[in-house]
Design a protein around this ligand. Structure first.
Ligand code: E4P
Length: 214
């Protein structure tokens, strides 16, 4: 399973990349706004660090505006994936951009019907938001799993990004359901690495080593 970082923070991205296990980055307008930096410069900087797919989202709501922004964003770097929210206008923009060989991540996917339409429009990635579905009492991973099965059974050239991940258990669900990609806040990547028995184990090994060598 690929791991993307869901952040626009350069320090977090550098730390993740240094670990050697990051396959890409996703950003959204909320995450970019937190950084208080020029959007295009920030996207360029992230691409140069990650050298792998980096999703950057359009702000326009009409197909023409999304198309124009998508072309501008994709010209920043070969690594840019244009993120387009799922709307009828978004579908039109996705089709037009894919015809220009621009990679699209269709975001804010909350149903299997939306996922099918995104795939048919040519999206390279679809992002079901598992956490936000769980928040309203639905089963977010049921959707992610159904998206993955649909893509496999129809042979769409599209990968599922499990998005809106809230805790390490969500990552375990992604692994168990063979989801292509999970995009994680940096804090969850840190939580994934921790286990008290690992810390206790290291302490005991060192203690025994010292005893034997003193
Ligand atoms: C995905 O690409 C989104 O940026 C993200 O996962 C949204 O997550 P949230 O529901 O925690 O805002």
């Amino acid at each position: 399973m690929k791991i993307f970082l869901d952040t626009a923070n350069i320090d977090e991205i550098k730390k993740g990349v240094d670990l050697g296990i990051i396959d890409g980055v996703t950003t959204n307008p909320t995450l970019v706004a937190k950084e208080k930096k020029d959007f295009k410069k920030l996207v360029k900087e992230i691409c140069e660090i990650v050298k792998a797919p980096v999703s950057a989202e359009v702000i326009s709501l009409d197909a023409e505006g999304m198309y124009r922004e998508g072309l501008e964003l994709s010209s920043i770097s070969e690594h840019v994936v244009v993120k387009i929210p799922f709307t009828p206008e978004g579908l039109v923009a996705t089709r037009k951009l894919t015809e220009k060989d621009v990679s699209i991540n269709m975001t804010l996917i909350f149903s299997l019907n939306q996922a099918l339409l995104a795939c048919k429009a040519g999206a390279r990635y679809i992002s079901p938001f598992v956490g936000r579905l769980d928040d309203i009492g639905h089963n977010g991973f049921e959707l992610a799993k159904n998206c993955q099965e649909m893509i496999l059974s129809y042979g769409f050239d599209c990968e599922v990004i499990a998005a809106s991940i809230r805790h390490p258990q969500h990552v375990i669900e992604a692994i168990k359901n063979n989801i292509d990609i999970a995009t994680l806040p940096f804090s969850i990547l840190i939580q994934m690495m921790k286990h008290p028995l690992t810390d206790i184990g290291i302490e005991k090994f060192l203690e025994d080593w010292k005893k034997a060598n003193s």
